[in-house]
Unconditional design. Structure first.
Lengths: 129, 706
């Protein structure tokens, strides 16, 4: 799956944003790419922005319903901060309108909760490789 | 599609061949024209040369004629003039030939030299202008000049006779050369003409082939067009292309007409297509989605997974003047060209029947699940308790029916009707969930939703209640099913049921030692509800019950209703989440105490929780929000009266509705029940510490006890 990657195989830096501790750990453990490196986990939009500034991630997994700053707002700000950032929305919201909204704001992929490890890895692969 | 490259090559080849042939034709025409011109010029030269050929003999003859005339003393003027004309003609024609191309120069020059030799002998003859005859008495004779003239003519005649054959030979050679050139040019022209004819034939053949190919192409195009039309007329999905301006193209399938009840699709924007059919929010989402389809970020699979129009509920005309709800499924496929997305192909299908079927299946499945849930909960609950509940519920629903049958005219009356309905349903739901009969509780909750929706309407008519009546029938059917299950379960436990199959049959009523007293039954119900509430809301609390055995039988139903309601309120509003409790240095487990005492004057029921307490300010705000009070009224209210707000109908501090509280029905039901028994209810509270309700009831009358 990771074959055919660009020559500069610098690890992809991943930032996990989700208000649920369980989901954060779930994502951390399920990733199977050797060249994926979790650079931070955030529980809300403010933390996510702060971490994004500090750790300069390449990929963010983003929950939508979070306290304080929600995912949609956070995506908007992140895209402003780092236009090249790839954002994978991982949400339990079955509402398609929210998904469309997230895509419009600059998200690159969408994954529904609950998800399997395979689904997560495929979604990441589609975005990054 | 595939053959377009080959087509283009063929077209190019035929065009090149045509151009080549046309060029060839032009060349043939130009060369032919030049050859013809040359032949004409040659023919003119030939004529001249032939004319020249006649001159030498003509000159000889003229000179002979002149000499003979001089000899016979005849008139010589005419012949002399002819001779002069011939000499001038020869000079002129010779000069004319000299200037022409294509004339054999050496021969011409040789002829010229020979002709020049004539000049010395001819010149004196031509120069003669005297009178050649002299008349005497003896008759006429040659004059002196005439004799000289005769001698000169004789000399010229002899010269001409000797020179003429040589000159004639030269001139004949000239003619022959010209003749040869002309005939060679003519044969070349013939050849050229053959080539031209061949080229014309080829051109004609090529044109015919092209025409044939084109008409074959046109036939194929017509056939393809017809097939496309047939497809678009027959296909059951709506098909159309959207361009980059999100407008529908000129080609679309006939099914769209049935789906949208219009014909003017070409040029219509996607937004206009959906505008009156869906909510503005859905329309906005759909428009955003369509825009995303043109973007680079959109993977086909991703876009498919977030398609907001996969099951779109639309209101369509049913063709009989009415409206119908349909479900449409839109699918989008991007048509990508070398410059990115060219079009988006949309397919629309009416999936109403699929949706309905899926819904029915889901409902059937739900119902099967709830049946199983019900069985399981039955196994865990006391059939007597359930039986009691079913009796209460049946009574309650009868009441609901009665409320529904009440005639009402004004909006206020309808409103009252709804409030009554809401209360009845709420208490049934409370009991059902206390007994863990979730299938019943959910149905009642659904009914409550409907009632709530009706409350929000500005205009109410009797017809608005019809869906509620239908749902109520369904609930009653469900209750019957529950009875059935109870009966079967009791059969399993106790043997065959009684013939009439009712719950009040001795089988359920007489279960000997197992039979619980009313108080025990109440205690079990309350404890069960407490456990469930603690679990549902994640707020562990202990329920302590004291003196319930002292509750007079007549008060049991009321006490039970009130306690269920207050218990729910305590779990939802009173007891705090354990984090908050710990922060307030309280024990993590909450405590709810219920005490019932018989006093001399009657009875007293105290209900107390060690939760957050009531805040008069919060209550006032809620009352203002619910428009039970104006801001001014709220400001003037003292704390005691503020607390009493919770007994007002329609009051609730929760903004979101859960199964247990928040509908604004609760303490008003309790208060109403207490008042109905002639009792009083009071509340006291301490923020952060407790809330305490005291209910005073009069001593039960003797008749009620029985």
């Amino acid at each position: 799956m990771s074959s055919g990657t660009p020559l500069d195989r610098r690890p992809v830096k991943l930032l996990i944003v989700d208000d649920s501790n369980i989901v954060r750990r779930r994502i951390e453990r399920s990733q199977q790419f050797d060249d994926l490196q979790v650079v931070g986990t955030a529980a809300n939009g403010f933390e996510a922005l702060e971490l994004a500034r500090r750790t300069d991630p390449d990929l963010v997994t983003m929950d939508l319903t979070m306290p304080q700053m929600d995912g949609i707002e956070c995506i908007t700000q992140l895209v402003k901060l780092k236009p090249a950032l790839r954002i994978l929305v991982i949400s339990a919201l079955a509402d398609k309108a929210t998904a469309v909204e997230a895509m419009e704001r600059g998200a690159n992929g969408f994954l529904n909760k609950p998800f399997s490890d395979r689904q997560l890895n495929e979604a990441i692969a589609e975005l990054m490789y | 599609m595939q053959s377009s490259g080959a087509d283009r090559v063929r077209r190019l080849l035929t065009a090149a061949a045509g151009a080549l042939l046309a060029a060839l034709m032009a060349l043939v025409l130009i060369v032919g024209f030049r050859l013809a011109t040359r032949i004409r010029a040659n023919v003119a030269l030939l004529q001249r040369a032939s004319l020249l050929e006649t001159y030498p003999s003509a000159l000889s003859q003229q000179l002979t004629a002149l000499r003979e005339r001089l000899g016979t003393l005849e008139y010589t003027g005419g012949v002399h003039q002819e001779l002069a004309d011939s000499v001038a003609g020869f000079d002129r024609n010779l000069a004319a030939l000299e200037r022409r191309p294509g004339v054999d120069r050496p021969v011409l020059r040789a002829a010229g030299r020979l002709w020049k030799a004539y000049t010395p002998v001819l010149a004196p003859v031509l120069a003669y202008s005297g009178e050649p005859y002299s008349d005497t008495d003896f008759g006429s004779s040659l004059s002196v000049s005439g004799k000289i003239y005769y001698t000169q003519v004789r000399r010229a005649e002899l010269f001409a006779q000797s020179s003429a054959p040589a000159l004639h030979r030269r001139l004949a050679a000239l003619s022959a050369a010209l003749q040869k050139r002309t005939s060679s040019a003519a044969s070349r022209l013939r050849l050229l003409l053959s080539v031209g004819v061949l080229a014309v034939l080829l051109l004609g053949a090529a044109a015919a082939y092209l025409q044939l190919a084109r008409s074959r192409g046109e036939r194929a195009a017509r056939a393809a067009e017809e097939q496309t039309r047939d497809i678009l007329h027959t296909v059951r999905e709506g098909l159309f292309l959207l361009d980059a301006d999100y407008r529908i193209g000129t080609v679309w399938s006939q099914a769209l007409t049935h789906l949208f009840g219009r014909e003017d699709f070409a040029g219509l924007s996607f937004e206009e297509l959906l505008r009156d059919k869906v909510s503005p929010a859905t329309l906005a989402t759909a428009t955003k989605y369509i825009k995303l389809l043109w973007g680079e970020r959109a993977h086909e699979n991703l876009m498919k997974s977030i398609n907001p129009l996969g099951q779109l509920e639309v209101i369509l005309d049913n063709g009989r003047g009415g409206k119908e709800t349909h479900y449409l499924q839109f699918n989008f496929h991007r048509v990508v060209g070398p410059q990115g997305v060219k079009h988006v192909l949309c397919t629309v299908a009416d999936i109403t029947s699929n949706v309905m079927l899926a819904r029915e299946l889901h409902e059937a499945q739900e119902s099967a699940h709830s049946q199983i849930d019900m069985m399981v909960s039955m196994l865990h609950s006391d059939p007597l308790q359930v039986g009691g509940f079913l009796d209460t519920a049946a009574a309650g629903l009868k009441h609901v029916n009665a409320i529904l049958k009440e005639p009402a005219r004004s909006h206020a009356e309808f409103s009252r009707k709804l409030t009554g309905l809401a209360r009845e349903l709420h208490s049934i739901k409370g009991e059902a969930s206390a007994l863990n009969l979730m299938s019943i509780a959910q149905r009642v909750h659904h009914l409550e939703d409907m009632v709530e929706e009706l409350k929000g309407k500005s205009e109410l008519t009797g017809n608005d209640f019809l869906p509620v009546v239908l749902k109520l029938d369904e609930l009653l059917a469900h209750l019957r099913a529950v009875r059935e299950v109870i009966l079967r379960l009791s059969t399993l436990k106790d043997g065959p049921p009684s013939p009439d199959g009712t719950l009040s049959s001795p089988i359920l009523r007489l279960r000997g030692a197992e039979r619980a007293s009313g108080a025990e039954e109440l205690a079990a119900t309350l404890q069960g509800l407490a456990r469930k509430l603690a679990e549902d809301h994640g707020k562990p609390f202990t329920l302590s019950l004291e003196g319930l055995e002292a509750v007079p039988v007549a008060y049991l139903p009321t006490v039970k209703d009130c306690l269920i309601q207050m218990l729910r309120n305590a779990a939802v509003h009173g007891i705090e989440p354990d984090a908050v409790r710990r922060a307030g240095s309280k024990s993590a487990t909450g405590l709810v105490r219920v005490q019932f005492r018989r006093l001399e004057s009657g009875c007293e029921l105290v209900f107390e929780d060690d939760g957050a307490g009531l805040s008069p300010e919060t209550l006032k705000e809620a009352a203002v929000r619910k428009q039970l009070l104006t801001e001014e009224q709220a400001a003037e209210l003292d704390n005691r009266s503020a607390l009493a707000l919770i007994f007002k109908p329609g009051f609730s501090t929760r903004t979101e509705v859960s199964m247990d509280a928040g509908r604004g029905t609760g303490m008003d039901v309790v208060a109403k029940a207490v008042y109905a028994l002639g009792g009083r209810i009071g509340v006291s509270t301490h923020p952060g510490r407790f809330t305490r309700f005291k209910i005073a009831l009069p001593a039960p009358s003797q008749t009620a006890v029985a």
